[in-house]
Design a protein around this ligand. Structure first.
Ligand code: ADP
Length: 433
């Protein structure tokens, strides 16, 4: 028992003895004791009243020092209060530091509650998204960011990828939006201004397209002269000593021409995004044509088998679909030694449509597979110059596939063969009876 409590009991004992003594002196002991106890109780009630008043408004009122056991109780409350205030101050400092740092962020950060209502946003939320503070707090975010891609992404619950939308305040600005779920059904929306990045990408694309376009004409002239010289560079012709360099120049200029054509094709695919004309592409007929062309080029070098589901067509951009199929078929022929097998399949199941080219060719080491669709990526640069490939075929396939909501899957084993599968979404399926 603490010293204060011991003192309190001593005080109570002395108080009762005093009133007992008065009772004995003047008679009516019980009455005197009752009065003494009531006074004691009244004093305690007064202390409880003071404490409860202070608890209601600890910032305005001062706690008295108190006496007896109350001195101890008041001191403990004062200590608790001081600790609380210090904790509160620390929290306030943290919150203001957090607010200052998020205000300095160039990205818009919006906190959504479990119903998709705005709970908080930073300064960039005003400049990038046009939110107003405090009027927009509590508003449904989809009422303020009205783009359908955002609404469906928010509703989907699948936040694995970022989306791109125009800014609600100026459609020339592009925003990359990421949604991060946290806590219990709360979400954080982070929007970044990627307009500058987009402009640079566009400039790069324009530059490559313009440069390729400008190179086309001089190269056509050079090739024209080279072809004429090649005709003269025969065993009996005047350019006979130049046979080998002229043939080499013809080969290299043809390669350069192919690279320029592929660069232009890639630039066209990239600039087509969203604006291209899509139609029903009759895939089985197209594949028959492409396989016949491949057979004509390779002669009897490979056995090429085609299995295409009749009536299974795709809604897409004809030239892009043709590029996808022909690049993969040509690659299979190019990277499969004579006597190999090439299988081309076009089919669908309940989940999607698939185009697969499997070959029994040289195969690709696993470490190269993730980089194959990069522009000019070569597994074996020396082979590259021998095969005359442009190094752009798979980049074209990847971009064209992305336009159709598809993706490329590559599996391969060295010396066994490779399999390239294009996955197309089911909504592009068009069946003709
Ligand atoms: P390229 O014009 O060189 O064929 P691609 O972009 O079409 O360019 O292909 C990139 C690289 O991927 C090729 O250089 C080649 O090394 C590899 N590759 C593509 N298809 C196959 C295949 N069917 N078998 C083996 N390697 C392949």
């Amino acid at each position: 028992m603490s010293f204060a409590w011991q003192r309190e009991f001593t005080r109570l004992g002395s108080w009762l003895i005093l009133w007992l003594f008065l009772g004995l002196l003047f008679g009516h002991v019980m009455t005197w004791l009752f009065v003494g106890s009531s006074l004691y109780l009244g004093w305690h009630l007064l202390q409880i009243y003071r404490l409860s008043r202070w608890l209601r408004d600890p910032k305005q009122l001062e706690l008295p020092d108190g006496t007896g056991v109350w001195e101890d109780v008041y001191r403990a409350f004062r200590l608790l209060d001081r600790r609380n205030r210090r904790g509160q101050q620390r929290l306030e400092n943290m919150v203001s530091q957090y607010e200052a740092s998020t205000a300095a962020l160039p990205d818009a950060i919006v906190v959504l509650d479990e119903n998709g209502h705005i709970a908080w946003f930073n300064e960039a939320g005003v400049t990038l998204l046009g939110f107003r503070s405090p009027q927009d707090i509590g508003q449904r975010v989809v009422n303020l960011i009205r783009h359908p891609t955002f609404a469906s992404h928010l509703q989907s619950g699948d936040y694995g990828r970022d989306i791109e939308i125009p800014s609600p305040i100026d459609s020339d600005y592009r925003l990359s939006v990421r949604i991060i779920p946290y806590g219990e059904d709360q979400r954080l929306v982070i929007a970044r201004d990627i307009s500058q990045q987009k402009r640079l990408e566009q400039m790069r694309r324009d530059f490559v397209a313009n440069a390729s376009h400008e190179l086309r004409t001089p190269l056509t002239v050079l090739r024209g002269y080279l072809d004429m010289m090649a005709e003269e560079a025969t065993a009996k012709g005047p350019l006979q000593p130049w046979i080998s360099p002229i043939n080499d120049m013809v080969r290299q200029s043809t390669r350069m021409g192919n690279i320029i054509e592929d660069l232009l094709k890639l630039a066209r695919i990239e600039s087509n995004a969203g604006s291209a004309h899509h139609e029903t592409v009759q895939v089985p007929a197209l594949l028959n044509k492409l396989v016949d062309e491949a057979k004509a080029v390779t002669g009897d070098a490979h056995a090429i088998h085609l299995e295409a589901e009749e009536g299974l067509n795709i809604h897409g951009h004809l030239t892009e679909i043709q590029s996808i199929f022909s690049n993969l078929i040509q690659n299979a022929a190019q990277y499969t030694p004579a006597g190999g097998d090439i299988r081309v399949r076009w089919w669908s199941d309940g989940a999607g449509m698939y185009f697969t080219v499997s070959d029994s060719g040289i195969g690709i080491d696993k470490k190269h597979i993730p980089r194959l669709t990069e522009r000019f990526y070569r597994v074996d640069p020396s082979r590259f110059s021998r095969t005359g490939g442009t190094g752009l075929g798979l980049a074209i396939v990847k971009h064209a596939l992305e336009h159709h909501g598809g993706r490329l899957e590559i599996t391969s084993e060295i010396s066994i063969g490779s399999q390239f599968t294009c996955h197309f979404p089911l909504e592009r399926l068009r069946r003709l009876a």
